[in-house]
Design a protein around this ligand. Structure first.
Ligand SMILES: Cc1ncc(COP(=O)(O)O)c(C=O)c1O
Length: 343
């Protein structure tokens, strides 16, 4: 069960957060934050439900697709998990909150750092392509993060280059968290996302489908699940072109490949077009009441393709877990018409 199981109680408002922050700045003699001293909001990360897709058009076989509803994390995305793990590592190493955490992000990790960092008294600076959705930019401002906007034409790679440059120039000011290369990113999914999927499917999961950005989700959850079930299929989803509308995903052939991405772990990559993701997002909203983000639309479309392609015998045994990294609310200012009118 998720609860505010902290020693601070629930009723003391801001004072609670301040007490937690002080505890955070004083790692114990092992170099780790003392047990039970994390801000209460950190405790709400993870333990997201698996939703079976009921709509006949969203999944050709009942319950074959199980959606891991990551938009229910307190920061609104799957990136709360790696952000918490990375911040923990920085605090344990004693570099946070002395320095500001610095990273590149297409938006969701930035929001996760901003929210979790605010709760722990850690300053947050993020390099974000300036075409990140207005909702994400507004959230960053709301949590008080420092935002460095980068060239939208350079996508997440431009943000990475900017963050590297700032980290090199100001080593005393920033701690470069480097979510693309930091082992704490896949580790978060190995320790939480993977075990949750295994437990909640009673070990029946046959496929894990995840869009790849940093690849942390697929690497960490995938590695855990492969250890439990060697014949599980691990499926990556990538955009089918360098310029695309699938925020958060990388077209690896033309991008800086994240150091944590181990392609040998992946059984298959499905390349997905933005238009197909558009149609799937719309179908999920209209037919299942699930307003998901575009990378989720792409991943669900990939899962549907895998199911349709399978021979009937296999199809009925498939339990395909699809990671749903964020919700569609984060895109409404730009894409409301697309969902409402289909174009
Ligand atoms: C909306 C969205 N989808 C998918 C991903 C990819 O997740 P990962 O970085 O774990 O590969 C991200 C990562 O930022 C994201 O923001």
């Amino acid at each position: 069960m998720r609860c505010f199981g902290s020693p601070y109680g629930q009723t003391r408002g801001l004072r609670v957060a301040q007490a937690a922050t002080r505890a955070h700045t004083a790692p114990d003699h092992h170099g780790t934050a003392a047990a039970g001293t994390e801000p209460p909001i950190w405790d709400l990360v993870g333990e997201t439900p698996l939703l079976p897709l009921e709509s006949p058009r969203a999944g050709s076989v009942r319950h074959a697709i199980l959606l891991k509803a990551e938009w229910l994390n307190p920061g609104g995305s799957v990136k709360d998990r790696p952000a918490r793990e990375i911040l923990r590592a920085g605090i344990a190493a004693g570099v946070l909150p002395r320095r500001r955490v610095l990273d590149a992000s297409s938006g969701n990790t930035a929001v996760a750092y901003a929210m979790l960092g605010a709760a722990a008294g850690v300053g947050v600076t993020v390099c974000v392509p300036s075409n990140a959705s207005p909702e994400r930019m507004a959230l960053l401002a709301a949590y008080g993060a420092e935002v460095i906007e980068t060239d939208p034409l350079e996508g997440s790679d431009g943000a990475i280059r900017q963050a590297r440059q700032m980290a090199a120039e100001f080593p005393d000011r920033f701690w470069y968290a480097d979510q693309y290369g930091n082992p704490a990113n896949p580790e978060a999914h190995y320790r939480t996302t993977g075990p949750e999927i295994w437990r909640d499917t009673d070990g029946q999961v046959t496929h894990l489908v995840a869009g790849v950005g940093t690849s942390g989700t697929l690497m960490g959850a995938g590695r855990f699940l492969r250890e439990q079930k060697p014949d599980i299929r691990l499926i990556a989803v990538e955009p089918d072109a360098p310029f695309h509308g699938l925020e958060g995903l990388k077209h690896m052939a033309t991008a800086i490949v994240p150091p944590i991405y181990d392609v040998a772990l992946v059984d298959e990559t499905v390349f997905m077009g933005t238009e197909r993701a558009d149609a799937t997002v719309r179908a999920l909203a209209w037919e299942a009441g699930l307003l998901v983000g575009w990378s989720t639309g792409a991943a669900v479309a990939a899962a549907q393709y895998l199911i349709q392609r399978a021979v009937p015998d296999m199809r009925h045994r498939m339990r395909v877990v699809v990671i749903a990294p964020d919700g569609g609310q984060r895109y409404l200012s730009e894409r409301r018409r697309l969902i409402a009118e289909g174009g």
